[in-house]
Design a protein around this ligand. Structure first.
Ligand code: ADP
Length: 189
């Protein structure tokens, strides 16, 4: 059993790397942002939830934890996962550990893509032309980066203490970053 979490600020390339790793290791790609956008689009979630995304704020833990638990439990035991955008708070991290622990599944390794805030911001602005995401505008990107720093980045300490953290320089091009991830994963397995 082999599960991964891809971690890092918005713009670090989590989605891109997660897709590659999903193929390379046959993992089920779980993007909490994508799941939220889909559920809102299909009217499975209150449209009001959209206001969190549009403002760059985290949706409430209770909501995302319930949603993710349901999705994970549907697949648990059938597939291995790569989580992208989840967890983003300590509560979320603990919930994930709990689910895996209950099923005696080895806790996920965390791949942290490291990137300076300024570069992350420039990348999101550059992709915003094609992304069609209402939260890819300067003010909201800044808010997302701020929340990452304040609420999400502290999780790195939680994972480092548990010896589950793999740090990766997120600056080089897509393939180079992928190579570095593969090399470091191999050393851990
Ligand atoms: P990015 O990582 O580029 O910010 P995502 O698609 O992962 O983009 O997330 C978009 C938005 O979805 C977030 O700003 C937040 O509003 C919401 N969201 C996604 N994942 C979570 C989560 N784990 N907890 C709370 N809110 C989330």
């Amino acid at each position: 059993m082999f599960n991964l979490i891809i971690f890092g600020p918005p713009g670090a390339g989590k989605g891109t790397q997660a897709q590659k790793l999903a193929q390379q290791f046959n993992l089920y790609h779980f993007s909490s942002g994508e799941i939220l956008r889909q559920e809102i689009k299909n009217n499975k979630l209150d449209k009001k939830i959209n206001s969190y995304l549009n403002a760059g704020k985290l949706v409430p833990d209770k909501l995302i934890i319930t949603l993710m638990r349901e999705k994970i439990e549907n697949q648990l035991g059938k597939v291995n996962f790569i989580f992208d955008g989840y967890p983003r708070t300590l509560k979320q991290a603990k919930m994930l550990d709990k689910i895996f622990n209950e099923k005696k599944i080895k806790p996920a390794l965390v791949i942290s893509l490291e990137l300076e805030e300024e570069i992350a911001l420039q990348r999101i602005l550059a992709r915003s032309k094609d992304s069609n995401r209402s939260d890819d505008v300067l003010k909201v990107i800044k808010k997302r980066l701020k929340i990452y720093k304040k609420t999400t980045a502290p999780l790195l300490k939680y994972y480092a203490q548990k010896n589950r953290l793999i740090k990766i320089n997120g600056r080089p091009d897509i393939n180079q970053v992928n190579e570095e991830i593969l090399t470091k994963i191999k050393k851990r397995r």
